[in-house]
Design a protein around this ligand. Structure first.
Ligand code: NAG
Length: 381
């Protein structure tokens, strides 16, 4: 029972301070169905982080939250970013990382399945925590951490020696805290899903570290660069997103070994290591049709690309249901002219482009009522 932890401390205590904010959260708690809450929900709560009232935190997470409210604010801000990155990476796929409003599970029931998509979400969410905390450390927003103090004195790279200077991102602190906070829930159960989550969480954390870059400033006579000061900095989170999406495409199917302590790769011919790969246990649904049992939204009404044969193409995106074409007005700036001196003047142009939209799937009752008709038509031939 994974969500058992979350239900204990949300009693009436929260409203004794009289803040309307906590009352609001209490409303959310009472009127939102509890499926399998997660710390991901912190992102939706934003500045209203009140540790006792966040659903989905296990005890260890709640303790960390109480001890480090400033870190929770960073995690909350970070959640919006990694969710946006997830939606960017999946914008051309049937499952598009959409979130459910006011739902503690954030992504709905879809993620309950131990699929490739779940593997990605766990990886990018823990990468997002590393990124957000490390950045906040460097910006001096947190009491507990600052720039990496080990990066002092002389260092060297391919171009020779340099002096450590400036503020190196303290990624090791980010990783340590993310591990303690994000993995806390998975440490409470020992099943295939918990193992899968722990593995993918780790992949996510390491992905951020992979894109650390040395940045340098030149000093010396007329910029001769005889003297350099350098610092280690994280790259744009997009690189982590791209990397993890590639890992998602090549994710490896695994099964739990007999004593329940680790994984076996399902494909017996697999050679190599799963260490830096995302792993999953269950195959994915096709995500074609809205299904409240599995939490899939279906692709009704999704825009598709008529000219693509890939995942975003109408054939694949609409699951063979076909698409409707609608003219849509788009406003652009056009006929831009350079005016002496010095501005550019543009006209506002409206043009009409065709947008292709997946047809809705037939509802079950329509299917049923149509079938007898088809049969009788055939009988009369
Ligand atoms: C994702 O797809 C759903 C329908 O399947 C749509 O309602 C939603 O707007 C899409 N979200 C994004 C972020 O594109």
């Amino acid at each position: 029972m994974k969500s058992g932890e979350s239900s204990d401390s949300s009693g009436a205590m929260g409203i004794t301070n009289g803040h309307s904010k906590s009352i609001f959260i209490l409303f959310l708690l009472i009127f939102t169905p509890k499926v399998d809450s997660s710390w991901w929900y912190i992102g939706a709560l934003g500045a209203r982080v009140i540790c006792d009232n966040i659903p989905g935190l296990v005890n260890k997470q709640r303790q960390l939250c109480q001890k480090h409210p400033d870190l929770m604010q960073s995690i909350s801000d970070g959640a919006k970013e990694w969710i946006k990155e997830c939606q960017h990476q999946f914008r051309q796929q049937r499952w598009n990382c959409s979130t459910m409003d006011r739902d503690h599970t954030v992504f709905g029931r879809v993620i309950l399945r131990s699929s490739q998509e779940a593997a990605f979400v766990y990886a990018i969410s823990s990468a997002g925590v590393v990124y957000a905390i490390t950045r906040a450390c460097s910006q001096g927003e947190l009491k507990i951490c600052s720039c990496d103090s080990h990066k002092r004195g002389l260092g060297s790279d391919n171009n020779g020696e340099f002096e450590w200077g400036g503020c190196s991102d303290n990624i090791n602190f980010g990783i340590k805290f993310a591990k303690a906070f994000v993995d806390a829930r998975e440490k409470m159960v020992k099943d295939a899903r918990a193992l899968m989550n722990l593995h993918n969480n780790r992949c996510g954390r390491m992905a951020v570290k992979r894109f650390m870059k040395l940045k340098c400033k030149c000093h010396g006579v007329s910029g001769s660069c005889s003297l350099r000061t350098c610092w280690l900095a994280m790259s744009d989170f997009r690189l982590t997103g791209d990397y993890l999406h590639k890992k998602y495409n090549n994710a490896i199917e695994v099964t739990m070994n007999q004593d329940g302590t680790g994984f076996m790769v399902a494909d017996k011919d697999f050679k190599g290591s799963t260490k830096n790969e995302l792993v999953y246990v269950e195959s994915s649904p096709d995500y074609c049709i809205k299904d409240s049992k599995t939490g899939t939204l279906g692709t009704d009404g999704r825009e598709c690309n008529k000219f693509s044969r890939g995942l975003d193409g109408c054939e694949v995106m609409c699951c063979g249901r076909g698409y409707d074409t609608m003219p849509v007005k788009r406003v652009t700036s056009c006929d831009c002219k350079f005016k002496w001196c010095c501005s550019v003047e543009c006209k506002v142009c409206e043009d009409v482009v065709d947008v292709h939209i997946c047809k809705p799937s037939m509802r079950p009752e329509q299917k049923l009522s149509r079938r007898p008709g088809q049969i009788s038509a055939r009988l009369t031939q």
